[in-house]
Every structure is written in structure tokens, then in C-alpha cells.
Design a protein around this ligand. Structure first.
Ligand code: MG
Length: 383
């Protein structure tokens, strides 16, 4: 029996994780939950799973929860997330927060020597350099939830690190995979949110449309699997059946296949290294018939190149790319900037940022804050 502290319980990953707990009540229980502003759903989750502690974004919502659930410790805001992690014991922290806000809770979980089942991308994208010494010192462990990294971890089971020649992350290519370059300026938020194979939250769906998401995943893979950028590749694979591949130095290529559904990677991150049964639709390759692969087009998808370059540059560059992207995606969703301006914003933020080591949380957060300020200024006063 493992108790889980679930951060981001009302989002897409959070709800799938609770499905997993619901299916396996003898294996998993919920120690604590955190949510942003979807308080009604959080209340239903508290009633069903009985956590002893929760955290919400707003103090007013926290007040309401204290009245409703006198036996539950209620925290609020960003500091509340760390207080929640440090409040009482649990076995696994599942971090499904969206955004840079996810880094500090991961650090707090690792400092408590816990397993962090990680769905929050930003933790490794902006904090990879900072986390490395912690992980090297054996403070906790990170088990990835993202389908690509879960696939790589499954391919690497029983493989020695020095036998790895390259790692290939697959990408569906998003809704604009075949869109001609001159049409990108006119795409709407609605079109960008219409992902062909995966159903996910809004922010990540836009990142999948720009391929920024794949850039993030390359940086994450670099930190998770300790593979240099020269050995990391991306292949466009529209069917999203092969979730990633590992090429070994004897020429063997390992791949993990499955239908696009996050329940398996979530369950595996929670039960790792054990594999538990999971009912549901099964993969039938004859039914699918054809699996296709293409090299990515860095010209039409500049975010992919920019993000990998930021990863190679290291220091706070990935934090800058992430912050610029986060603000630009919000602006695009609000109809304030056109789709190609997301990449333009990231490019300019990287060009003008002051390179610095990412060796403290303060340095990372300062780069994040300065970038957001710069991008907001630029969006209000476009040149
Ligand atoms: Mg992914």
C-alpha cells in the first residue's frame, strides 16, 4: 500500500491518477491533494478520497474548505504547496502541476527522500541543473509520467547506461503537422487546441502545436537519462503508437508501443518497478495498419529548435525559454498575439537574456520573473 500526495488533482493528469487510485484501492491511497481554482471538483475529490491535507490557490477558497472539512489541514498559495509537501508523511508525490510553480514542491519532495512521479515538465526543464546534485546524492528519485519518458524508462529496463547510442523521442506533430509555412500566421486558438491524438490541458496542447513541448521533452530526457544532446533525436510519428525508442550500441532498437492513453504511464510511475494489470482497449497493429515517421521540420516549428538550443546553452536559458513561452501562450489563447509570435517571443527572450548558472532556486526564479516582465512589456508595446 502506497500513499500518494497528488499535486494538481483537478487537471487532466490528476484526474487520470485518481482513476488509477480508484481502480486499485488495495494498492494506493491519497494522503493529500492540491488544486488551483476548480474548488467544486476538489470538494468532490476530498469527499471520495479522504485526504488529511489539501492546498488551493486562493486564501478565500481555503477558508471555505476549512469550514467544510474541519479535520483536514488546508494550505493555500505557492508557499502552501511546500507546506503541504512537508506537512505529514506519504510514500509518493505525484507532481501534475502546470508551470514553473512545480519546481519547489519537487525539490521539497526530494529533500524528504520521496519518489516523485513527475508530470510537471518545468521541474526538469528549468531546474535540471539544480536537481542533479540532489539526485546524485541519493535524495529521493524521479520517475517520469510523460508518455515519452515513461517509454524510454521502460526500454532501458535492464540496459546499462553506457550501452545507449541514442534516444529518439516521438512526436505526433500536432494539428499543424502538414500546414504550409505561410498559413501559420492565420491559425486560431481553436484550431491549435484541436490535437489529433492526445487529449490534454490547454497549455500543453498549444505547446504540442508549436512543438515547444517536444523541445521541453528533449531537455527533460537529457537530465533524466543523462544523455548528451548529440544523442537525442526527435521523429514525427503521426499515429502516436510508438511512444519513444532507444538505440543501443549493438544496433538494437527498443521501442515501447501502446494506444495514446496516460493511464498506463501514470500507473507504471506509481507501481514502478512492478507492473500491475490494467484493463482496457488493447493495441492491435493490424487494425492500425501503418506507422509513419518523418524528420521534424525545424523551419516551420522554430520552437523545437529554440528550446533544444536553450537546453544546450544550459544555465537559466531553459527557464527563460519556458517563461517567455508561458506568457506568449497565454497571450495567444487570449487572442492578443498571432501563433508565430509565440516562437518570436521565445527567440527574443533568449537573445536578450543575461546568461547565468542555474545553481540556485533564486537564480532560476529571478530569470523566470525578469523574462515574464520583459515579455509582458513587449506584448503591451509591440515594436
Ligand atoms: Mg509527452
Amino acid at each position: 500500500m502506497a500513499s500518494i500526495l497528488l499535486l494538481g488533482s483537478t487537471g487532466s493528469i490528476g484526474r487520470s491518477a485518481l482513476n488509477c487510485v480508484r481502480r486499485l484501492p488495495d494498492r494506493f491511497s491519497i494522503a493529500g491533494l492540491s488544486a488551483g481554482n476548480n474548488i467544486d471538483l476538489l470538494i468532490a475529490q476530498i469527499r471520495e478520497f479522504g485526504p488529511k491535507a489539501v492546498c488551493v490557490a486562493a486564501p478565500a477558497a481555503a477558508e471555505r474548505l476549512r469550514e467544510l472539512f474541519p479535520g483536514v489541514a488546508v494550505f493555500s498559495g505557492r508557499p502552501g504547496l511546500e507546506e503541504l509537501v512537508n506537512d505529514r508523511d506519504f510514500d509518493i508525490m505525484l507532481n501534475a502541476l502546470v508551470g514553473a510553480v512545480g519546481l519547489r514542491p519537487t525539490v521539497a519532495g526530494l529533500l524528504r527522500n520521496k519518489r516523485v512521479a513527475l508530470a510537471n515538465k518545468e521541474t526538469l526543464v528549468i531546474g535540471g541543473d539544480f536537481l542533479r546534485p540532489l539526485l546524485d546524492a541519493g535524495r529521493g528519485s524521479i520517475v517520469p509520467i510523460d508518455s515519452e519518458h515513461s517509454a524510454i524508462m521502460q526500454c532501458l529496463a535492464g540496459v546499462r547506461n553506457d550501452a545507449v547510442e541514442s534516444i529518439i523521442l516521438t512526436a505526433s506533430g500536432g494539428p499543424f503537422r502538414d500546414l504550409p509555412a505561410d498559413r501559420f500566421a492565420g491559425v486560431t486558438a481553436e484550431e491549435a487546441l484541436n490535437h489529433p491524438t492526445w487529449s490534454m490541458g490547454k497549455k500543453i496542447t498549444i505547446d504540442a502545436a508549436t512543438l515547444m513541448n517536444k523541445g521541453f521533452e528533449v531537455v527533460e530526457a537529457h537530465h533524466l537519462f543523462r544523455v548528451s544532446y548529440d544523442r537525442l533525436r526527435v521523429w514525427i510519428h503521426p499515429q502516436s503508437i510508438i511512444h519513444s525508442l532507444v538505440e543501443l550500441h549493438d544496433g538494437a532498437v527498443m521501442a515501447q508501443l501502446g494506444l495514446p492513453d496516460m493511464e498506463l504511464p501514470i500507473q507504471y510511475a506509481l507501481s514502478y518497478p512492478e507492473r500491475l494489470p490494467l484493463a482496457g482497449r488493447r493495441l492491435s497493429l493490424p487494425e492500425i495498419g501503418r506507422l509513419e515517421f518523418f524528420e521534424p521540420d525545424f523551419g516551420r516549428f522554430p520552437c523545437l529548435r529554440l528550446c533544444i538550443e536553450a537546453g544546450r546553452q544550459g544555465g537559466v536559458a531553459p527557464a527563460v525559454a519556458n517563461a517567455a513561452n508561458e506568457v506568449a501562450v497565454e497571450a495567444f489563447l487570449a487572442g492578443a498575439i498571432p501563433f508565430p509570435a509565440i516562437a518570436g517571443t521565445v527567440a527574443r527572450a533568449l537573445e536578450y537574456h543575461k546568461p547565468m548558472a542555474a545553481d540556485s532556486l533564486e537564480a532560476i526564479e529571478e530569470a523566470d520573473r525578469l523574462t515574464r516582465e520583459m515579455v509582458r512589456r513587449e506584448h503591451t508595446n509591440p515594436r
